[in-house]
Design a protein around this ligand. Structure first.
Ligand code: BES
Ligand code: MN
Ligand code: MN
Length: 455
């Protein structure tokens, strides 16, 4: 049997298997899920073994990496696949149509946490490999697969893992499906991702919460102080005010501007989909330029004082916030974190104390936009979707891409089967069965197309 026919026949089986995979609440951010992550890694490892891959679960200081391979001969091309089996926390639960870890099939959508980010997407490559191995055929290439359990928590232990395993991971090219298409029926090859830098700031005032009647007006309020500081992080046009923040930011190239202009994008539709009244930030840049090629600073959470039912008249003792910045290539995450720290300390009023915790981050990346790999990837997507893919960037981050380049010298093909409105990180995350299916067929074609390129 041809591998393609195997895919044709096994549609409902692979959907059921994906549902099994999605049932593990593999939330990497929360320590209470450590056991669920381990169970999910076990399930994935077993699944890969049953497909016919050589598999090991490799521990890290955090959650394990599931590693698999099928090596035929050094003459064949070697592809390194990466994906992540961990997921974002599902909260707020009340906004879900289903329990986040009990997948629901509704109107040809798979609704579950992890369906598009990234379990459903990484699964397409396993199903493509299975189609060969289950029909008694060799894969046309050597494959190595590395699925991590900490991507959504920042991939903190991955750099060491890659450095410790350079030989094991040595390959010719990396393939990742953890991005989106440009739109419905418009598949894409992604050539750039933003990086990220993560900092927490805490402002400390009086040694305990105080009565705001007896002390308010004289004793400073740390929440007020933090709010003033946060307000100073952008100017009125929405640009970030941290000194040196834009120093290494390159102007957007003409080639890139041309690529972006060719894409069908409607501002009004975009706003409507997001449920937002208007746009933020520098009017000099288009929406896609802002999201793909300009750095940002955002407060992701802010805490302090009383937030329970009713009121409580206090001057709180402290306030804190979580800040992430999206970076473009050439901006160093550590350097940017330190610049923010210095600036926060400078703009912090003298009557309170500011503590800054630097969590680090990941570099932004751009990958080559031409050459034989890209042609092969384009052809594979064309085969799977029946549509020529467009070139896009994404505003999100996948920390490993920069590490593969820096440590292993490898370029990555970012072939995403999802959609931007699949609700990744949101309630009711979903993945359309059609995109899952077309992903599987594209993954199958990719094996052949890359084999044709050879070493
Ligand atoms: N799959 C996403 C990356 C992504 C986001 C690609 C948007 C395309 C569009 C990935 O799982 C992710 O969410 N990454 C985090 C990384 C962070 C936790 C270090 C992100 O971008 O916030
Ligand atoms: Mn992801
Ligand atoms: Mn994610």
């Amino acid at each position: 049997m041809e591998p393609k026919n195997f895919l044709n026949e096994k549609k409902s089986d692979r959907l059921n298997e994906l549902f099994e995979f999605l049932r593990f609440p593999s939330v990497s951010a929360k320590s209470e899920h450590k056991g669920d992550i381990a169970a999910c890694a076990d399930w994935l490892a077993n699944h890969m073994r049953n497909i016919g891959l050589d598999v090991q679960i490799m521990p890290t200081a955090g959650h394990p990496v599931v590693y698999g391979s099928k090596i035929y001969s050094p003459d064949k091309l070697t592809i390194l696949y990466y994906g992540h089996y961990d997921v974002q926390p599902p909260e707020p639960l009340e906004l879900w149509k289903t329990t986040p870890f009990e997948p629901l099939l509704e109107n040809e959508y798979i609704i579950a946490r992890g369906s598009t980010d990234d379990k459903g997407q990484l699964f397409t490559h396993l199903k493509a490999m299975e189609a060969y191995l289950a029909t008694g055929q060799e894969l046309p290439v050597n494959v190595k697969l590395m699925f991590e359990g900490e991507e959504e928590a920042g991939s903190d232990n991955l750099e060491k893992f890659i450095k410790d395993n350079t030989e094991l991971l040595a390959s010719d090219i990396v393939v990742i499906s953890d991005t989106a298409q440009f739109g419905k029926n418009l598949p894409a090859v992604t050539y750039g991702l933003r990086g990220i830098a993560f900092v927490e700031a805490k402002v400390i005032g009086p040694n305990r919460d105080l009565h705001s009647g007896s002390f308010g007006g004289a004793i400073p309020n740390p929440i007020n102080a933090l709010a003033r500081m946060i307000a100073k992080l952008h100017d009125d046009s929405g640009n970030v005010t941290i000194p040196g923040f834009y120093k290494n930011v390159k102007p957007i190239s003409d080639w890139e501007k041309k690529q972006m202009k060719r894409l069908p994008f409607k501002k009004a539709e975009f706003l409507k989909k997001c449920g937002s009244k208007g746009l933020f930030a520098d009017k000099k840049y288009t929406v896609l330029e802002r999201i793909w090629s300009r750095p940002t600073l955002d407060i992701n959470g802010i805490t302090g004082g009383y937030q329970g039912e009713g009121g409580k008249t206090i001057i709180p003792s402290w306030a804190s916030c979580k800040i992430t910045m999206r970076l473009v290539p050439n901006q160093e995450p550590m350097d940017i974190c330190k610049k923010l720290e210095k600036y926060l300390k400078k703009i912090c009023p003298k009557y309170v104390e500011c503590q800054v915790k630097i969590h680090g981050g990941a570099k932004g990346v751009v990958v080559p936009t031409d050459g034989p790999w890209l042609k092969a990837a384009g052809a594979a997507v064309k085969t799977g979707f029946g549509i020529e893919p467009v070139f896009i960037k994404e505003g999100g981050s996948i920390p490993v891409v920069g590490m593969f380049k820096q440590i292993l010298g490898l370029d990555t093909l970012l072939l995403g089967w999802g959609q931007n409105d699949d609700n990744a990180h949101s309630p009711n995350e979903r993945f359309s069965v059609n995109d899952f299916e077309r992903g599987c067929y594209s993954a199958l074609a990719l094996l052949e197309e890359l084999a044709k390129v050879g070493k």
